[in-house]
Design a protein around this ligand. Structure first.
Ligand code: ADP
Ligand code: MG
Length: 319
């Protein structure tokens, strides 16, 4: 007997409600943000062949589907509350569902984010998650608050996911262990939720890097009405990426995509507080440049020489 829609929801996606007033099983779920908090919500869709390869392990796919949504909450300084899962799949494969739900719910539990509802249908493999978080009213981190003189920072390291993608595409070759490491970065991104919360009241603007540093920085600069100077040699990179030719490094760092690190600004005199926030969140943070009044982006190397930017950001309708 193939697994039916309601059996699979009951078996893989229903758990007792915790913080939510009502979880899976009724027509709506009920959520109650704490008094004085605003609800932050975001939605991300993952389509097979477009956002992930059919070769990805289902457990990692479950992790990533929620991770990219939690990363949006992190970029707003919101703490996760709950999420819904809309799932379209060609058939109800029990082994796939078991792995997918395990990866998904493990990350959900790690962030106290409960699954409160969804929709399940037959079709091409598409995963659409809506996430809900809470942030003290008026304290959400926005793209629009960067001011001239602010320091520009990024969390973690950049470029590994793109390096993995290029290896899969066959444009470069990586040794087995190197590929395994960068593949982890591509398939198991760690959303910087604790850092986003620690940056409340400190960062003047923030965005998460999903489409590549240059493209996402351009969004932040445009929304803030400012420009920036970016030191390309200061960009944090893994040992695996640092072992690649400089042109590959720069392409992966600047136009990589799928990084899910936080890019943010803070006043120049708050550098110590940024360090403390990073330490409290247990995440490395690197200063990579400065906000300037003149619009546009100026790339420089460690010696202050101009670097030509020939890279754009990842655009689903152009690439
Ligand atoms: P309705 O027809 O009223 O929209 P459904 O029959 O689609 O409800 O779903 C029944 C219940 O199961 C609802 O509470 C819905 O939120 C939940 N649900 C459906 N699919 C999923 C899923 N993939 N993950 C979690 N909950 C789900
Ligand atoms: Mg329905």
């Amino acid at each position: 007997m193939p697994l039916g829609e309601f059996d699979l929801i009951a078996r893989f996606f229903s758990r007792p409600a915790r913080r939510a007033a009502l979880g899976v099983g009724d027509d709506c779920a009920l959520l109650a943000p704490a008094p004085g908090m605003q609800l932050a919500t975001s939605c991300d869709m993952l389509v097979e062949g477009r956002h992930f390869l059919s070769t990805v392990a289902p457990e990692r796919l479950g992790h990533k589907a929620l991770a990219v949504n939690l990363s949006d909450l992190a970029a707003c300084g919101a703490a996760p509350l709950a999420f819904t899962l809309a799932l379209s799949m060609p058939n109800a494969d029990e082994a796939w569902l078991e792995g997918f739900s395990r990866g998904l719910l493990a990350l959900a539990d790690a962030h106290g984010c409960e699954l409160v509802g969804g929709d399940t249908t037959r079709g091409p493999l598409v995963i659409c998650i809506s996430v809900f978080g809470e942030v003290p009213a008026g304290q959400a981190l926005l793209r629009s608050g960067a001011r001239a003189g602010d320091g520009l920072y990024v969390s973690g390291t950049l470029g590994d996911a793109r390096l993995a993608l290029e290896a899969v595409r066959g444009t470069l070759e990586l040794a087995g262990e190197t590929f395994a490491q960068v593949r982890r970065a591509m398939e198991l991104p760690q959303p910087r939720v604790a850092l986003g919360v620690a940056l409340r009241g400190l960062a003047t603007s923030a965005i998460d890097i999903s489409d590549g540093l240059l493209g996402d920085l351009a969004h932040l600069l445009r929304r803030s009405g400012v420009g920036a100077r970016l030191d390309v040699d200061a960009l944090p990179r893994s040992a695996q990426l640092a072992a690649q030719p400089l042109a590959v490094q720069r392409e992966c760092l600047l136009a990589g995509g799928d990084d899910y690190e936080l890019l943010f600004t803070a006043p120049a005199d708050r550098a110590g507080a940024v360090r403390d926030a990073a330490a409290a969140a247990g995440v490395a943070v690197t200063r990579i440049g400065a906000i300037e009044a003149e619009p546009g982006l100026r790339l420089v190397d460690a010696d202050g020489r101009a670097v030509a930017a020939t890279w754009g950001s990842f655009d689903h309708f152009r690439t």
